[in-house]
Write a protein that binds this ligand. Structure first.
Ligand code: 1Q0
Length: 215
């Protein structure tokens, strides 16, 4: 089952990792969170090199978190909640402006967290789209409502150009590897509440600690 199977994106796989993300008391496991992003990056890579600048950034953020998870303070990086507590208690987060902790776990995860909102909006649009819907438009709308608000002009421009070469809805659904369109729509309906819950729990946690604008 190694080799090409490993590289193949499956929506089910991403769905499974997001399902496993939440502990019984609703903490977010970092390992599963990161695994979810890995699956999504796999998908992004299969769309071609135009998306390379996006996947490169996602991979480097994933790697920063993985380094903490495997580092000497690994035990504090089991969940998003334990990471936030540990980094804040030990002054490891640049709160107002960039300083000595430009790559804290908290600020790094915040970038992925904002991207998760884009994903939620995009998948919801895909789910309710019709055969003649343009994925590039759905993607751009979701982006403008979320991530774009945190990106400077140059990145918004580059992202907008990349969206234009997204494959059509049919190809998109095929790459998800879950069967005919009705099944994709059903799967998306299953995936969305899970992604939303993980997003909301993280959002509330960050809001509670005043960390939604970390530099
Ligand atoms: C399918 C099309 C994918 C479109 C992805 C939309 C996001 C566009 C984001 C453009 C980001 C560009 C690169 C750099 C940005 C950084 O400046 C920014 C801030 O970081 P920093 O350190 O400078 O403060 N980084 C970010 O905002 C993080 C962006 C991470 C984006 C991760 C996107 C991963 C995409 C996966 C494809 C999912 C396909 C969904 C359909 C599959 C169904 C489950």
């Amino acid at each position: 089952m190694a080799g090409s199977e490993d590289q193949k994106f499956s929506l089910q796989e991403v769905l499974d990792t997001f399902k496993l993300c939440l502990s019984e008391n609703k903490e977010v496991y970092l390992e599963q969170y990161v695994a979810g992003w890995r699956g999504l990056v796999k998908f992004l890579n299969s769309l071609g090199s135009v998306f390379g600048f996006i996947s490169k950034d996602a991979v480097s953020k994933i790697q920063i978190l993985v380094n903490y998870m495997n580092g000497e303070n690994a035990s504090h990086y089991a969940t998003v909640q334990s990471m936030v507590k540990y980094e804040l208690d030990n002054n490891l987060v640049d709160v107002n402006k960039k300083g000595s902790h430009p790559e804290s776990g908290c600020r790094t995860l915040l970038r992925l967290h904002r991207a998760l909102r884009w994903l939620e909006l995009f998948l919801d649009r895909l789910r309710t789209s019709t055969e003649d819907s343009k994925t590039s438009a759905l993607c751009a709308e979701a982006y403008n409502e979320s991530l774009a608000q945190h990106h400077p002009w140059m990145i918004r421009k580059a992202a907008g150009m990349a969206f234009l070469v997204l494959p059509g809805r049919q190809t998109f659904f095929e790459v998800m590897n879950v069967g005919p369109p009705e099944q994709v729509v059903a799967k998306l309906g299953e995936a969305l509440p899970l992604i939303s819950e993980v997003y909301q729990i993280t959002e509330d946690l960050y809001a509670q600690h005043n960390m939604l604008d970390l530099p």
